[in-house]
Write a protein that binds this ligand. Structure first.
Ligand SMILES: [Zn+2]
Length: 193
């Protein structure tokens, strides 16, 4: 996999447009895969806020475990279909999502033996959307966490499986949050005690 395929969103838009294609029937593809765009204002400011309002704290028991599965599924796709080495899948997963516009994601620490992963995300589309939609997030949604960290538990699980390590119960925690005023979101995924 080349740096061209992954990496941050290029500041020169033409480099990104080179990888986009629209056919005569209006189908949009990016790097050969079909895409449908959804505006942040609809996905986050409206739909995600609606989910937070309806589900309340049960978000953590309903949506977060589903997000772990999303991380697992994407990690398997990267390894099985795109040939990413399992040892690198956490970094590649971060880059894969960064270039799709979710935010600038940085894997700060990976220890597959512990196991432990530390991830930071800056300029998150979720953090921005939630801040725009709700002024006092912690008062309105005291249970609030951004929805990205738990996907890394799924990616770590697949990395452990594919490198033939044992997979313990994993916990994930957002220790800093851009939505709540920190400079970035930061998640720690580790063995559950
Ligand atoms: Zn956050």
């Amino acid at each position: 996999l080349s740096e061209h395929k992954y990496g941050r969103v290029p500041s020169d838009l033409r480099q990104l447009l080179d990888r986009l294609n629209v056919d005569d029937d209006g189908r949009i593809t990016f790097e050969g895969e079909r895409y449908a765009f959804i505006p942040q204002k609809l996905l986050v400011n409206a739909l995600f806020i609606e989910a937070l309002s309806v589900l309340g704290a049960s978000l953590k028991t309903l949506i977060w475990p589903f997000s772990v599965l999303v991380g697992e599924s994407l990690a398997r796709h990267l390894i099985d279909k795109l040939g990413v080495p399992p040892e690198n899948v956490l970094e590649d997963y971060a880059k894969f999502n960064s270039i799709r516009g979710w935010g600038d994601i940085e894997v700060v620490e990976v220890d597959l033996d512990a196991p432990k992963v530390v991830v930071k995300m800056r300029n998150s589309a979720f953090a921005r959307g939630v801040r725009e939609a709700v002024s006092n997030v912690k008062e309105v949604f005291p249970f609030y966490d951004c929805p990205w960290g738990c996907t890394f538990a799924g990616v770590l699980k697949v990395a452990l499986e594919k490198t033939e390590r044992q997979v313990p119960e994993l916990s994930y925690e957002e220790v800093k949050c851009e939505t709540l005023g920190n400079e970035c979101c930061e998640w720690h995924v580790r063995r559950e005690n």
